[in-house]
Design a binder for this molecule. Structure first.
Ligand SMILES: NC(=O)c1ccc[n+]([C@@H]2O[C@H](COP(=O)([O-])OP(=O)(O)OC[C@H]3O[C@@H](n4cnc5c(N)ncnc54)[C@H](OP(=O)(O)O)[C@@H]3O)[C@@H](O)[C@H]2O)c1
Length: 255
């Protein structure tokens, strides 16, 4: 089985849920990265991440609001200063928000707030870290594309699938969230096309319905199981999966 061997990884929204578990499992893996930049939005809700960073020296905490360009720029400068000439192998755009708004309750404000966090955020984070990703892609003379070399992984959702929208709509209309994840999926395709020339892989991953604050207690998948499976999938990605929409087990999902 392939093992993820990326040396430098950045995970957004890493103070809880899927992001925190990604950092936990990466730092405890067979081949832990040398640097895991684990971003948080507010220090007062990052105690568990702080504890992990105190125990694992590879975990570096980084303040980052994906909706704030100045905050993104500051994070890039901190990562560049910390890595020096080394590039960044893997950016996991995990931070996201939900909104249960139905047709009756949606407003311009809740639509825009979710779009800003779930679409504008990952796209601007990816754009800002591109020089670091390009450096990594250039430095490593590895064949083909992979998460060990240079990659952007967007954590999306199956509810953003247009093809499957009619099947899964009635249980959870969630207009702002669905629209945002459909747009994030398109951003993944655009990035994958643009960045092929730079050997940077870009893939959208649906983590399953997971027991987190967002997923709730009814969710069938534990965060540990979802993340261990996602990490196995990331280890196996190659150029054939760039621009694809996969689930936590690596199965392709219809756009
Ligand atoms: N759980 C599921 O069933 C499920 C299913 C499909 C897809 N997903 C996707 O998986 C990802 C992680 O979800 P989760 O279940 O772990 O959610 P979660 O427990 O609600 O955690 C969301 C994370 O995103 C961070 N965040 C929110 N807004 C941010 C911003 N502006 N800048 C930086 N960070 C921000 C949060 O920070 P704070 O703690 O400071 O708020 C938190 O760390 C999301 O993209 C979500 O859409 C989840």
């Amino acid at each position: 089985m392939a093992v993820l061997k990326a040396e430098t990884v950045l995970v957004t929204g890493a103070n809880r849920g899927i992001g925190l578990e990604l950092v936990k499992q990466l730092s405890n893996s067979e081949c832990p990265p040398a640097h895991i930049f684990a971003t948080y939005l507010y220090s007062n809700s990052a105690q568990e991440l702080q504890k992990l960073a105190d125990e694992q020296s590879v975990v570096k905490m980084l303040e980052l609001d994906v909706t704030d360009s100045a905050s993104i720029q500051k994070a890039v400068e901190t990562v560049e200063a910390s890595l020096g000439t080394t590039g960044l192998n893997l950016v996991i755009n995990n931070a996201g928000i939900n909104s249960d708004a139905t047709l009756e309750t949606l407003t311009a404000d809740n639509l825009m707030a979710v779009y800003r966090t779930n679409v504008v955020g990952p796209l601007l984070v990816s754009k800002a870290f591109l020089p670091c990703l390009k450096k990594a892609a250039h430095a490593l003379h590895l064949e083909g594309m992979s998460c060990n070399k240079a990659a952007i992984v967007n954590i999306t959702s199956i509810v953003g699938s247009i093809k499957l929208g009619q099947k899964n709509f009635s249980r959870a209309p969630m207009y702002p969230y669905r629209l945002s994840k459909a747009a994030l999926n398109m951003a993944t395709v655009c990035l994958s096309e643009d960045l092929k020339q730079n050997q940077i892989l870009c893939t959208a991953i649906h983590p399953g319905w997971v027991q987190t604050d967002m997923g709730g207690n009814e969710a069938p998948l534990s965060v540990a199981d979802s993340v261990s499976s996602i990490l196995r999938v990331l280890a196996s990605l190659s150029q054939s999966e760039t621009g694809k929409f996969l689930d936590w087990e690596g199965k392709e999902i219809d756009w």
